[in-house]
Every structure is written in structure tokens, then in C-alpha cells.
Design a protein around this ligand. Sequence first.
Ligand SMILES: Cc1cc2nc3c(=O)[nH]c(=O)nc-3n(C[C@H](O)[C@H](O)[C@H](O)COP(=O)(O)OP(=O)(O)OC[C@H]3O[C@@H](n4cnc5c(N)ncnc54)[C@H](O)[C@@H]3O)c2cc1C
Length: 310
Amino acid sequence: MSGEVWVYSESEQVSGEVATAAQEVAKGASAEVRIVDIGSVRQGIRGPGGRLLLKGPVGPDVTPAVAAEALARAAKDSHPIAVLLGATRSGREAASRLAAKLGVGCMAEVARLASDGRGMTGERNVFAGKVVAKTRCEFPAVATVKTGAYPRAEAQPGETQEKDVGPVSDQSKVVGREKKAADAVDLRSAKVIVSAGRGVKKKEDLSMLEDLAATMHGALGCSRPLSADLGWLPEEHHIGLTGVTVKPDLYLAVGISGQLQHVAGIKDSKIVASINTDKEAPIFQASDYGIVGDLYQVVPALRRALSARR
Ligand SMILES: Cc1cc2nc3c(=O)[nH]c(=O)nc-3n(C[C@H](O)[C@H](O)[C@H](O)COP(=O)(O)OP(=O)(O)OC[C@H]3O[C@@H](n4cnc5c(N)ncnc54)[C@H](O)[C@@H]3O)c2cc1C
């Protein structure tokens, strides 16, 4: 089967990653990759191959419902063999709506995509990364691609086709948008992450870890309780199964017990080091280096030692 593999994401970064995944599928199916824009061409969105601009949706806000309807109308007409979206919050919603509208299978949050020409396969970590599930969908199919699983494709020139899909609106309305704080952390691209857990006794003590992270030119992450339960850090700092998946050169877990939901998010780190008072803490099983000790002594000592070397 040949044809087109469509790529859509509302995010600039993720669209490039999904485009790389799409190349893998396209290769096995002798297909072309096409980057889809909805409403207007977004110059920042990158990827190989041609572009398809879907005209018709009204308003500046392409909500998941609008994206799904626009993509479904276009796909019913052009018959791409696959539509790949990023597994972002919006992408997940748009993909499931799209698959339902087209009556085709949907693979969720997959990586290592491949195709044998009749369908595509993808792998997905389940049970907090203990098991890898291999899924397969016959073409045509929809999938969301795990964020951070692929490098970003380079933009290549290609022709842009336009298709009018007619007016598409959404029953829900965007009533406002707030920019994230300018200092919002990007843990996915951080080379060094110092991560705080419940071993930190109070919010003010986080500054100690922030200082250590700054000394190491790194970023501050945390376990889920610190963001979701205590609200000490914004949610984009939370690492793990339900948070961000990271792959730094060095991940330093400070006062984190190492439950599998947390470890699921740090498995691809090059080096994991940890500081914990409990020598039986599971984090040591997931670590290359471990210090059994009180973070209130070890962290300042580490910072002093690192500063002295500069
Ligand atoms: C469906 C589901 C999804 C989840 N997703 C996530 C997720 O994505 N990410 C995540 O992180 N969690 C997640 N969790 C929660 C997870 O199960 C753990 O509860 C959480 O990771 C524990 O956080 P922690 O290690 O900071 O705290 P704790 O488990 O309380 O560990 C604190 C650690 O600090 C050590 N300590 C205490 N004092 C000191 C000191 N002075 N110096 C050094 N060490 C000290 C203790 O020995 C202990 O090991 C999820 C749970 C569920 C049910």
C-alpha cells in the first residue's frame, strides 16, 4: 500500500518529533510524509515532505474537536494511510475523536513505529515501564506518538497543497489563555536534573536544591507529591509516569524513594545518582551511584565541593 502519512501537532517541537516517526512508517509503506496545518500555515512547524493546509475552520483556536473534525473531513477525501499526532493533551483528545470519526484503529502514545506496508506497529510502555506492549493497526490508522521519543526532523522544502474542509466550529469556547511563567522549566531537554522528593521537609528548603541545580547548570524536577499534593512546584516539574519523561546526562534524585511510577520517567537517563537516608530505598536499585545520607548535609556539601572546583 502506498499513499501518505499525515503529521499533525499543535506544538512546534512535537510536530518535528512526530514527523521523524512518520518517516519510519512511510519508509515501510513506500508512502510520503505530509505535514498538516489547520487554518493557517505555521512556519515554525517542521518536518520533511510536503504540506497540506486545511482551510475552513473558523476562529483562531484549533481545539482538539476542531482538529479532529477538519482532519476527518480531509482524510475521508484524500485517504492517507495513517495520521500521526503528538501524544500531548490536545493530541490525545484529537486522535481519539479522529479515529472514532473515521472508524479506524488508534494506537496510543507509541514509540518505535514501523510498517510492513499493510499496517503499522508501535511500542508502548505499560505497567510503569515494566512491560513493553507491542500494538498493531491495519491501515488506515491513527496513532499518537510519545513525546520525546524521537529527535526533531529537519524542515525540508516541499509543495503546499490546500484543501477546503468547510467551516468547522466547536461547541466549547476558549475563554482565555494565560502564558506560562517565563521561567517555566523544560526538563525534556535538560542535561542535568536535580530532583526533589518528600525527603525535603519544607517548601523553603527547595532553594537549596535549586542552588545545587544552578551550580551544575541543571534544572529542578520533583516527584509527584511535591507538585500534585503539596503544590510546592508547578506541574511541569513533576517527573514520572503521570508527569514528564526525561533523559538527561545526569539525574540526581534527592529524598525520592524511587517508586516505579517515578522511575518510569527517568529510565532513559544516562546516569542516575541518588541521595537518601534509607539504604533500602528502591531508588538505589535504579541508580548508578548512591549516597546514603541526610540531604540536608549532603546537598550543601556537594554544592560547596562543586563550587570549589570552578
Ligand atoms: C497512578 C499513579 C501515578 C503516579 N505517578 C507518579 C509520577 O508520575 N511521578 C511520581 O514521582 N510519583 C507518582 N506517583 C506516586 C508514587 O507512587 C510515589 O508515591 C511518589 O513517587 C513518592 O514520592 P517521593 O519519593 O518523593 O516520596 P516518598 O515515597 O515519601 O519518599 C521520600 C524519601 O525520602 C527519603 N528521605 C526522608 N528524609 C530524608 C533526608 N533528610 N535526606 C534524604 N532522604 C530522605 C525517605 O527515605 C524516602 O525514601 C503515582 C502514583 C499513582 C498511584
